[in-house]
Ligand binder design. Sequence first.
Ligand SMILES: [Cu+2]
Length: 475
Amino acid sequence: MSTMNPTDETQGPTETPESSPGLTRRGLLARTGATLATGALLMHGRSAQAQSSAPGAKAPREGSMADTGGDVGRGYRPVIVPNGAKLPWKMVGGVKVFHLVAQEVEHEFAPGLKATCWGYNGHVHGPTIEVVEGDRVRFYVTNRLPASTTVHWHGVLLPSGMDGVGGLNQKAIAPGETYRYEFTVRQAGTCMYHSHHDEMTQMALGMVGLFIIHPRRPVGPRVDRDFAIMLHEWRIDPGTQRPDPNEMTDFNILTMNAKAFPGTAPLVVRKGERVRIRFGNLSAMDHHPIHLHGYQFRITETDGGRIAESAQWPETTVLVPTGSTRTIEFVADEPGDWAMHCHMTHHVMNQMGHGIPNMVGVKPGDLDTKVRPLLPGYMTMGQTGMGDMAGMHHMPMPSNSIPMVGGKGPYDEITMGGMFTILKVRDRLDGEGDPGWYAPPKGTLAQLAHADELRRDGIDVEQPPPTKPTGHPHG
Ligand SMILES: [Cu+2]
């Protein structure tokens, strides 16, 4: 029986490393129930990919694509990694074999901002690893960095000698060397992996990834979409080429799957679907309270495993401490474009917002005309806050930098950056990509109030209520 012999067969599909942002083909097929009809086509593509990744090797065994649901440990729904990639694997003698290559990677955080980072297999962060509880897994780790490294499997239960802490559990992997890690996965949940040698440098440069373990016997309601997002923070000074690993407090690029808004791909969902979002956080210094608009969700998992249903509680913001994962679930029953972002307001802005003086309330008078002979093009900014900064991409910018805030919205600039993305819930989805902006039904859009409405409701905007200090009845 396959039940107790997990290593004998492929449990699930691999995806190409270049998974498209937002919505995978498989996720869409699974949703529409078209899996069986198109399974042969998908399997063909998958075999080709797996073979090409192992030149000269025997064609790996491929498992069933059928989304059987009832078959223990099979037919799991692959996670969707917006903007991210998955690590391919092949079956060799009943073992899932992976190859991680630690290397320097040119990475784009958002249009206009690239940096030389450290990652795995050409990706920052590393490709998401996806396995099934009970799998025997073997990871070859090749080090193509100029420094030694290791890989720690964060939250994964395994023998001590496989835990990957340089110096403690193993000798660090020297440049050019390939190490082998092997263990049996005996849990389910959302874990992570990261360098555990010169952690401050290597994690700051991007050497982290997600490690998803599907249960052999799923508990709780089955989800239709399963998203995975790694939170991270970086210091990249405008005009520079490399993240600064020495930064301790003032991180200026805050990312979801290594993208800063407006570089983040939306999460696309059909109305009525049950949605899971897994968050991992390997930021150097910060926890991130991730707030989702439009919904109440339940926190269903930590990296310590599934939370019993009786112990789950409702939230609209989930705090993801650094070195942890948190998983939320909800039914997407309200269509719309819903913001999902870190609620630390300095984590939803980009690098150009850092280090600028407080100009709120400042009346510049003719300062601009006086300064311009000295600094051509000078313009005092920030007197009414930072919303104006959203338009800054029309202005000259330092090379290799992105504006403090701002992406194009349907009505205006969106005055957010950094750790911000959008959950797009639609009654109907055509195709797999970004469905565009939500069109609210008539009567459900905030609009400029008309004079007759104001009159009808007795609102006098000419004579606003007195603004005496409150709380001092005898004052
Ligand atoms: Cu944050």
